[in-house]
Write a protein that binds this ligand. Structure first.
Ligand code: BGC
Length: 765
């Protein structure tokens, strides 16, 4: 009897398993068939933002406190929930949890702009391999990174998260970032797709961009990342693009991303609910984040009334299932909650050191290491490791410049350190009295405090060298301003003038450290000082890395991933950027139709493809520091290059020799100037780059750089095709865009073209 009962039970189980398949990698279609409409809709809508609630977990194991979001489980079919967390300068989760004294800190790595300044693909892969290990070991499935919007204008508040003004550098960096993270078996989300180039009114702003500029500048980097790294996910942006919300744009999310580029993963929204759930679902936006029941209901209703077809629904659900089977959650990975933070801190320090850009050095650096140093600037104490908003990492500590310099063996002027420390304490007490509390979006940065000229004069006698730290922070939700941000404040200007005058009078040098998240004005003051070091926001170990560069322990080899203009208004995009916008209290609350405000409700990208050096070099507008620029403590010679035609383009080789006195690394930038006859082109465009290993004095290395015919193409709006004109292309090998060391040529015998879809018209509906 018992036997019969047991075999009946087994039969029932087997029947249930057939009726209710449990998700495996090889039965996605069966699971899809077994899902109800409600379950399908549920899978397309993320969980609520419960993880943000202080210290409280929701009691389910797919929720990591502080993670930005998750996907919902469907237990009946063995579909686990998965966890998504920010990015990009490290994993962002909550460091403390209720009921345990254990901490869950993550490493604060260098920001995206500093990583891009390395121009070093393998360095970025090493950094993100370590970062991805924290994602895995803290139980997160997808890192919401890298941020990769183009630096259209210096004042975009999130530029520090992004890589470059150039789509090739940006795309290659993003691809390296994705490969590094995903080598851990966790996913990435390349963001914000697309044209999220300003923070002002980012939820509604309509970026109006010509199809050519869009294809060549704002999409090209995403195209490269998708083709070269297979990111698991893409995050659509908040803004509109030529009249449509990007998350509702079938041209962007399906025609171009999937059909033209071959993207296989899922697209998720950025973190806000739009009313257009149905349009987004149809457009190929697979996942709404963070989600709510209304969105599930809208999808169900959309399918029932036929607005969403069964194919569209199943296509998105299939994408989701394909994503889920890749995740550590699905694969039952037992995360430790104990990544090796000590080892990763060393990775962060090394990466920062290798990426720092030396902008100026008139015999001031390297220092000997035993000098008595006067450290000026509140940012020497209030050092900015990263930015604010979702890109801010909860790290265990930040080494500031005082600690960094002391760790390196320098003796600091104690009175100055005490002065700034006391100011910081005073400011903290004051703001505790007046402030309305901490805001995620607007963590305050200490404003510079004046030092009397007479005091500086005295200090100049008592110290060997002055190091002035100028700081800026920025972040999600607001753009920077032209005054007192891009421009120096009057106190900063006075500080530089007084320090330079007194130290130079005493026969001593002045070094400036730019601890900034974005480009600032340098032209008016750079000649006052002897050296300028640019570590951007270099992560928790960054100040140690700055000290490594100051002492020469690390020979700087970073190069600028964007142009430093003379004036802010020199950038053609500045004419159409909200550079002094302050949110009006009544905006959005007034009755009746509002006249759309330029640069707020919509932004005309009138400059077209003339972004960054493409403009400055073509129109011959003088800059303060050009794209690709960066000094070293040694010098390099370039050999005569060889350019050889290969099956689909050319291969260039050039030998770089360290002909200076100390070991160093060189970045070789390959620019191409197109022949006349095709579309109008910039004077030159970056097409490839490479970095040498550490070359000892006298040592050489041959770099091989490849460029395909497609890489040479520009987008013709009339024919909706990528076109490469036939003729002779000059191939320029530069130490910066303005320092071309060697040239060669390549002839494309026959014109080539690659048809693309005719989408993104400015007047599309
Ligand atoms: C940001 C994204 C971020 C998301 C989740 C959004 O406000 O724009 O970059 O990944 O929040 O925190």
């Amino acid at each position: 009897m018992k036997k019969i009962f047991l075999s009946l039970a087994a039969l029932c189980m087997a029947f249930l398993a057939v009726a209710q398949p449990q998700l495996r990698k090889d039965n996605i279609e069966d699971v899809l068939k077994a899902m109800t409409l409600e379950e399908k809709a549920t899978l397309l809508v993320g969980g609520a933002r419960a993880a943000m609630v202080n210290g409280v977990t929701s009691g389910v194991d797919w929720n990591v406190p502080g993670a930005a979001g998750n996907t919902r489980p469907i237990e009946r079919l063995g579909i686990p929930g998965t966890v998504l967390a920010d990015g990009p300068a490290g994993l962002r989760i909550q460091p403390n949890r209720q009921g345990t004294s254990q901490t869950f800190y993550c490493t604060g790595f260098p920001v995206g702009t500093l990583l891009a300044s390395s121009w070093d693909i393998s360095l970025v892969e090493d950094v993100t391999k370590a970062m991805g290990n924290e994602v895995l070991e803290y139980g997160v499935d997808v890192l919401l990174a890298p941020g990769m919007n183009i630096h259209r204008n210096p004042l975009c508040g999130r530029n520090f998260e992004y890589f470059s003004e150039d789509p090739i550098l940006s795309g290659k960096m993003a691809a390296a970032y994705v490969r590094g993270i995903q080598s851990n078996g966790v996913g990435t989300s390349i963001k914000h797709y697309a044209a999220n180039n300003q923070e002002t009114n980012r939820n509604e702003n309509d970026a109006r961009i010509s199809p050519r500029a869009l294809r060549e500048i704002y999409l090209k980097n995403f195209e490269i990342a998708v083709k070269e790294s297979d990111p698991w996910t893409v995050m659509s942006s908040y803004n509109k693009l030529n009249g449509r919300y990007t998350q509702q744009d079938v041209d962007l999310l399906t025609t171009v991303l999937r059909e033209e580029w071959g993207f296989k993963g899922i697209v998720m929204t950025d973190w806000g609910n739009k009313a257009g759930t149905v349009t987004s679902t149809k457009a190929g936006n697979d996942l709404m984040e963070p989600g709510n029941q209304n969105e599930i209901d809208r999808i169900i209703a959309g399918v029932k009334d036929g607005t969403i077809s069964q194919e569209e629904l199943d296509r998105n659900v299939r994408n989701m299932l394909n994503y889920i089977v890749r995740t550590p959650r699905f694969n039952g990975y037992k995360f430790s909650n104990k990544p090796d933070l000590k080892a990763h801190a060393q990775v962060a320090r090394k990466a920062a050191g290798e990426s720092i850009v030396l902008l100026r050095n008139e015999g001031a650096l390297p220092l000997k290491g035993n000098e008595k140093v006067a450290l000026y600037g509140v940012s020497s104490i209030d050092f900015v490791a990263g930015g604010t908003g979702s890109g801010d990492v909860n790290k265990a500590y930040v080494v500031n410049m005082v600690q960094g310099m002391e760790n390196a063996g320098f003796t600091l002027d104690k009175d100055l350190v005490n002065y700034y420390t006391a100011f910081q304490a005073y400011d903290k007490a004051q703001s505790a009295l007046s402030s309305t509390g901490f805001s995620w979006f607007s963590r305050r940065k200490l404003a510079e405090v004046a030092i009397p000229a007479a005091a500086i004069e005295k200090e100049a006698k008592a110290n060997d060298v002055a190091v002035v730290v100028l700081g800026r922070n920025a972040g999600e939700g607001a753009d920077r301003k032209m005054m007192d941000d891009f421009e120096l404040t009057s106190i900063e200007r006075e500080l530089l003038q007084n320090v330079s005058a007194s130290y130079h009078a005493a026969g001593k040098k002045v070094v400036v450290i730019l601890n900034v998240g974005g480009v600032i004005e340098t032209n008016s003051w750079k000649n006052l000082v002897d050296a300028i070091v640019l570590p951007w926001s270099p992560g928790q170990e960054g100040a140690n890395a700055v000290a490594d560069v100051l002492t020469g322990k690390v020979n700087p080899s970073g190069k600028l991933p964007m142009t430093f203009p003379v004036n802010f208004m020199d950038h053609p995009s500045s004419a159409n950027f909200p550079y002094n916008y302050t949110q009006s209290a009544t905006r959005g609350f007034s009755w009746g139709p509002r006249v759309p405000q330029k640069d707020v409700d919509y932004t005309q990208y009138e400059e077209g493809i003339w972004v960054g050096y493409r403009f400055f070099e073509t129109r011959k507008v003088a800059v303060s520091y050009p794209f690709g620029y960066g000094l070293s403590y040694t010098t390099f010679a370039y050999s005569k290059p060889v350019v050889k035609a290969v099956a689909d383009g050319f291969e260039a080789t050039v030998t770089v020799t360290n002909n200076g006195k100390v070991a160093g690394k060189e970045v070789v930038q390959l620019y191409v100037a197109a022949p006349a006859g095709g579309l109008e082109k910039p004077a030159c465009e970056l097409k490839a780059f490479g970095k040498t290993k550490l070359l000892a004095p006298g040592e050489s290395q041959t770099l091989t750089l490849k460029v395909s015919a497609y890489d040479l193409a520009s987008f013709n709006e009339t024919t909706s095709a990528w076109e490469a004109a036939a003729g002779k292309y000059s191939v320029l090998f530069g130490a910066s865009v303005e320092d071309i060391r060697a040239t060669a040529a390549f002839t494309l015998k026959k014109a080539r073209n690659w048809p693309a879809h005719n989408v993104f018209a400015l007047d599309r509906k």
